[in-house]
Design a protein around this ligand. Structure first.
Ligand code: CDP
Ligand code: MG
Length: 691
């Protein structure tokens, strides 16, 4: 293989010293506007900048390079730019940088386009599910979710378009990150010229480095002869900026109410400690809001000058920006945040951290086939990460609202990776589609529970995506795998094409794919219930979504109409976008996208064809709204958000379920029991059915 295929080009732009201000600037740039200098100057003050040359050297000489650095050190925004400057995008090759979250993909791509003075979507682009903002032949840096890169592997298993793939935020260990790392290790064997960069905020990088160390494996003869290939021993580079010591304090006794204790800790910091912002870690939105209110309340009572601001993922953009923005002079900022402030966001000026010791974590129960969001103790790795946020500007202090004994003996060393606590149906189907036949023998970074794998295999077998040899079926299995939705919803879409109601079903599937089509209802529950009633269909939530969307079209996509009906305008625009993506995809798969002209029964049947395993029967003479899931007798309840909450029809099918106080099911449609035998005889044949 010719070496110039993978080697960085020789023509790196030389770095010249700008005499006037003693900073490095790129000589090849055409102009120096004042804005340009500011942004360029900022780039050069980032910790990553000092490591630019060693970094490029390591990447050239190692198949895998692991980069560790605090949040804000420039990993995500700078490294891809260094790679372009180092020639890695020459010859039309792409540099990929994956993120676990969509929102990060968009904001980071916009930032980097600005830094490079290019239009977003040209040299710097991004790709998220249902949205591709790249230009073939022009784009050099592509930010994308790890999920989207996995999907790309279905068409391009060796990812030949990419010269370098940077897997960012690897410490989060999202399912897609874990799967991607496992697959990239395979790709590297076939493409030794591919370079991987794995960026992580913590030292968890060690186990990832061990995973990618293939230096002891034998090379094939042709590879062994070819000395141009890089070392297969991963390099680890720390681009840690200057950090200061953080003094840790524990409570002497276990804390019974950490919200109350956090508030009093904040107050005593404010009273006794020199200026510096405070960051408080809580577990969820409700707790964050409660803490903010309590602090504000005390501030008013005592005429103190604290400004408490919330920060969590579901917060409106403007409110998020408050947390990052300046506050009136002489006041002290308290940011009360969920886990998102642990690594993924850069907050300036924090000197004190108050750590509740808990976070909300998702856990999947494969026996009951339900996920629960549980408030659980964080790991020691998380606790260290939280404390680290106090040492960015000067020596800081971290107040842990738990005992040292709990830290040492109760908390686990590291957070359980998502893959070991989630439903794996989509994941397993995707691996099958990528040709991984033996799921059990896949090179997992962390192996999932066998029960969860078996449950996933059962589900994709039941919907006909794999056969009894666990091989993907043709065409159904391949078609379902092509659709970027949960396999049961994918199956529903395919069935809707056969039943002649795909036009309606793509709308429903799109509505199920956005956060919520209703505006957040905090404090306005009654109003929202009334708005829902205006669209409520007796058949249930799916048809209600259809009614809302049709109303939206009839209103000529009016924002005012949405506002009047407590409908989220942006969400409906998104629905429209997703539905057109889905129709195109179905047509590309050779399927017919037709309307059933409001023959609702066919739509209900299409839902049954995908979700029959979620069919439930009303339990007579028990508490209102209590159901028995047919396949295993599990007791479930209709969630109050459903339009069928007070209706309690005899037979229902649900789209989603969660456990909180109860096992709740949501997004529900009424069905007729004979449809189960009609559409899924293989599944219900042996199960008992009482009419
Ligand atoms: O990835 P890492 O956390 O190491 O840092 P980064 O995301 O590359 O951010 C480096 C710096 O760029 C931050 O300290 C911010 O000052 C700036 N930045 C920004 O202004 N706007 C963004 N959307 C992202 C980064
Ligand atoms: Mg980053």
């Amino acid at each position: 293989m010719a070496s110039q295929f993978w080697k960085p080009g020789a023509e790196r732009p030389p770095l010249l010293t700008d005499e006037d201000d003693g900073l490095f600037v790129m000589a090849a740039q055409p102009y120096y506007s004042s804005g340009y200098m500011t942004i360029e100057r900022q780039r050069q003050t980032l910790p990553a900048f000092k490591h630019r040359t060693p970094l490029l050297y390591l990447i050239e000489n190692h198949a895998t390079t692991i980069v560790i650095g605090e949040t804000g050190s420039g990993k995500t925004t700078q490294i891809p730019q260094y790679l372009v400057e180092g020639g890695w995008s020459e010859g039309g090759r792409l540099i990929a940088c994956t993120q676990p979250r969509r929102i990060a993909v968009q904001t980071v791509a916009a930032r980097v386009a600005e830094e490079m003075h290019v239009t977003l979507g040209q040299e710097v682009g991004y790709s998220i599910r249902f949205e591709d903002m790249t230009t073939p032949g022009v784009t050099k840096i592509k930010y994308l979710t790890d999920g989207v890169l996995l999907r790309e592997m279905m068409e391009d298993p060796l990812l030949v378009r990419y010269s370098v793939i940077m897997v960012d935020e690897a410490h989060e260990r999202s399912i897609s990150t874990d799967i991607l790392l496992g697959l990239l290790k395979k790709v590297q064997r076939r493409r030794p010229e591919l370079r991987l960069i794995i960026a992580s905020a913590t030292l968890e990088a060690r186990s990832i480095a061990a995973f990618f160390d293939t230096s002891a494996e034998r090379r094939s003869q042709s590879q062994a002869m070819d000395l141009v290939f890089p070392s297969r021993k991963p390099a680890i580079l720390s681009i840690e900026g200057k950090t200061f010591t953080v003094q840790i304090f524990y409570t002497e006794e276990p804390v019974s109410d950490y919200v109350r204790d956090a508030v009093s800790t904040v107050n005593s910091i404010h009273k006794l400690e020199p200026p510096g912002d405070i960051l408080v870690f809580m577990t969820g939105q409700d707790e964050v809001d409660e803490t903010v209110q309590l602090i504000q309340h005390e501030t008013e009572n005592r005429h103190s000058d604290l400004v408490a601001l919330p920060l969590y993922a579901g917060l409106a953009r403007v409110d998020q920006e408050h947390a990052f923005g300046p506050i009136p002079r002489g006041k002290r900022k308290v940011i009360v945040a969920t886990n998102i402030a642990e690594t993924s966001l850069t907050l300036e000026g924090i000197v004190y951290v108050v750590d509740s010791g808990f976070s909300k974590q998702r856990f999947y129960n494969p026996i009951k086939d339900v996920e629960a969001l549980i408030t659980a103790p964080i790991s020691r790795a998380s606790a260290q990460q939280r404390a680290g946020r106090a040492g960015r500007v000067r020596p800081g202090k971290c107040y842990r609202l738990y005992t040292e004994d709990d830290y040492t003996n109760l908390m686990s060393a590291e957070t359980v990776p998502e893959i070991q606590r989630s439903n794996l149906t989509s994941t397993i189907l995707q691996l099958k589609a990528l040709g991984i036949d033996s799921i059990m023998r896949f090179d997992w970074l962390a192996s999932p529970a066998p029960e969860a794998m078996v449950r996933a295999l059962e589900t994709i077998f039941a919907i006909g995506a794999i056969d009894s040899d666990a091989k993907l079926t043709s065409p159904t299995g391949f078609q379902i795998a092509e659709i970027p939705l949960h396999p049961m919803l994918g199956k529903t879409l395919i069935a809707s094409c056969a039943l002649g109601c795909a036009l309606e079903m793509v709308t429903i599937a799109a509505a199920l794919s956005v956060q919520s089509i209703w505006v957040p209802s905090r404090g306005r529950q009654k109003e929202l219930d009334e708005a829902k009633l205006r669209f409520a269909a007796s058949e249930g939530d799916h048809i209600t979504y259809l009614n809302v969307f049709e109303g939206f079209l009839q209103s000529q996509r009016s924002a005012q109409w949405c506002h009047r009906n407590l409908i989220n305008y942006q969400a409906l625009k998104k629905v429209e976008d997703i539905r057109s993506h889905l129709s195109k995809l179905l047509q590309r798969l050779g399927l017919a996208v037709k309307s059933c002209e409001r023959d609702i029964k066919v739509i209900q049947k299409a839902i049954v064809a995908g979700f029959f395993a979620n069919a439930c029967q009303l339990k007579i003479s028990v508490e209102q709204g209590c159901y028995k899931r047919i396949r295993d007798g599990e007791e479930v309840f209709i969630h109050p958000s459903s339009v069928l909450f007070r209706v309690s029809p005899k037979w229902i099918i649900y789209h989603a379920n969660t456990v909180t106080e109860r096992h709740y099911v949501r997004e529900i449609t009424v069905i007729e029991s004979p449809w189960l035998m009609e559409l899924a005889p293989h599944f219900f044949h042996h199960k008992s059915m009482e009419y």
